[in-house]
Design a protein around this ligand. Sequence first.
Ligand code: UDX
Length: 463
Amino acid sequence: LNHPANVAVIGRGYVGLGTAGLLAHIGHTVTGIDIDEEKIAMLRQGHVPIHEPGLDDLLASQVERLTWTTDYSAVRDADVIFICVGTPPGLDGTPDLQYVVSAAASIARHLNSHSQIIVNKSTVPIGTGDYVQRLLEDHTPSFDPSRHFVVSNPEFLREGTALGDSLYPDRIVLGGQPQALDLMTQLYAPLIDQSFTAPTVAPRPEWFTRPAVVKTSLQSAEMIKYAANAFLALKISFANEISGLCERVGADIEEVAAGIGMDQRIGQRFLQAGLGWGGSCFGKDTQGLISAGREHQYDMPILQAAIDVNYRQRRVVIDKLLRHLKTVKGKRVSILGMAFKPNTDDLRDAPTHDLIVQLNRLGASVTAHDPIAMNRAAREWSHLSYTPAATVEEAFERADAIILATEWDEYINLDWNTLLATTRRPLVIDARNIIRRPINAQVEQVGRDAPRGERRRADVERS
Ligand code: UDX
């Protein structure tokens, strides 16, 4: 493979932009392609169309190696072509592959006669790599299986920490034919050796050494992505299921999670009980595996249970509220946090959406606040009935209850007592267990009594 390699990256979501920025940063020449002219025009002017900390700085620092176009003919000169388009869930919950198929069809029109690798980074059902390979074979006159390869290279980045996750990954998973995987290893050499300059926006963590490289078949790489997300989702649901029993027997889920997580075989992370998972991946990927099982007449009861527990958790929070207020009809309930997690404005499958739906149904008057997702919510949640609070102060004023739904730092650091004094009733449902010390309110948390100033799991972890 040439170094620097000529890379084309199709798609301008989290994965596409992150991949383009990463590959440019480690020295390659990158062309970002998307059919959305408006978004490409924005990128050309230096505006990043998604919210991801540090991404605009990273892309701005790579303008010389990074160009944007809507013209697929840029694929012709690329040594490696990444497909990073969305695979949103269709009506039946299975991933909709139309963008992958149309990207592959456009690539097919422009493949060259030199050696080219087509890499799938989108999360696609197992078997899609083979399908893309056949599609290219059928539609590319110059297709040559000894020169054109399809590789699966799943992405494990999290929104909000996408840069750090891409620059310092635990592992790089590559699935496909050995010859192509060797070329991919060359492409990623600066990442594998960590020989690039760590950008100030995502400095290299001290504990980090280098990523492992996992080489597999196409199908195994595709399965690794699903199985990893499903396992993380399962861990969260497990913590949530145990948390319900903790409440009933007087145990504290924060202590329990710390105690089990210190077993190296279990691990501390992704055991945080609360409102459950949201976002674009866990729901879709667990459902995706169940659908794959169904196609083969194979049940996946553990995954179904993980999903059920996750969505039950959204009702648990409303039940806690009702236990205190008896009825929420006509009451002012304020929700802090709309995004599915902090540091993103992403609202996909956000628990707050379902909280608002339930509260609307129960006749509550809902107010909601988020540090950055409010504008997006105004566009995407117009079917819900809620009053956006311009400031946190506004959310607290005359509220009958506060539900803390997303653990943004700004909420953790609030001057709670001053704000609570402006409510009608100081009741806080802390659905993410972030309040550590007693405050002047009745506080309900998940899987534990109200905070008494005791250690939270993260404290235990550090001590
Ligand atoms: C996830 C995977 O982590 C990532 O590897 C994959 O590439 C994409 O899907 P993301 O959806 O961006 O990433 O967010 P993540 O940080 O994993 O959180 C997902 C959801 O789980 C959030 O709603 C979060 O609040 C929730 N969560 C996470 C918990 O409820 N408890 C936890 O312990 C961890």
